[in-house]
Design a protein around this ligand. Sequence first.
Ligand code: NIG
Ligand code: FE
Length: 389
Amino acid sequence: MSTVITNIATLVTNDPTLERGTPLGLVRDAAVVIDGDRIVWTGEAGRAPATDDRVDAGGRTVLPGFVDSHSHLVFAGDRTEEFNARMSGRPYGAGGIRTTVAATRAATDTELEENLTRLLAEALRQGTTTFETKSGYGLTTEHEARALRLAARHTDEVTYLGAHIVAPEYADDPAGYVDLVTGEMLDACAPHARWIDVFCEQGAFDGDQARAILTAGRAKGLHPRVHANQLSHGPGVRLAVELDAASADHCTHLTDADVDALANGTTVATLLPGAEFSTRAEWPDARRLLDAGVTVALSTDCNPGSSFTSSVPFCVALAVRDMGMTPDEAVWSATAGGAAALRRTDIGRLAPGARADLVLLDAPSHVHLAYRPGVPLVAGVWRHGVRVV
Ligand code: NIG
Ligand code: FE
């Protein structure tokens, strides 16, 4: 059955063949035709083909569903106290992860899945139609594999992050933990995941450990992505580029050599402004990356410690206000950029053949996502061609 969504004031296609001075491929007074789970036509409303069904967008905006290419949604527990302490001046450190590890291990499968589905519903209401999510709060073979199994029931974009921090049991034997992560744990986790990730940071894993972990994952068919240069300068970004990781995530502390590496490689820089917001850290410099020609994605990093937001619109607003992005760039990064960070071409754009994942925004243009921060503008969501909000 085919449906036309018509009377769209601004249609964001991210289709470069329609480009009119922005990478967004904007069409004014537009329509989109969906058939099954695919887009079959986009263009000016007056030229739309006949369809079985018609939805009136009421002179509002339609854009591709957001692609949240970085989240940590399989967890239990709450870190309100840690947030409160930070807002009183305490710095953020990776150590808080241990609090969530203890709560996650103690939770039942049902509790974990209920929390996950609640967060997914929350994200969907805010326009996220594709999400990646990770393990990393289990840190034993059993608990990491469980997290990935649960995640895989809800998304194809599942990431093994056994190397989030060294498990507490291995505090005195980090090399032993790397052996576990690259051995028995990897064997148990690889069948449930598409990606492997490592937190390459002081206090987590150094460059050599990260290389060993990512290389072992690759040998098991997992593709790398890296938590890189979040809290300090380090080797993460250059390692990501060297290993052809799909994405280097955070990219807050970059040298010129890091930016050059990204500009000359195939790795997307995924910026996660929710983390800088919630940790009161310095903002990543999106402008510097964009001016160097780096592909930038924007995602939530939704997790109970450093960034407890599921809202891509919030991240778009932060990126525009504080990271030097234009609204057009931020919207592209939250849709097509996220797709690039997941090496997907079927999502993040609205063009014939793409998946029918769309957001209807109660606004005359996509710019309102940054212009009207904190306002629930998402008025409709279609996922795989089905209206879900
Ligand atoms: O991406 N950087 C490492 N991991 C998460 C934070 C996890 C936590 O604090 O629980 C992040 O920010
Ligand atoms: Fe993260």
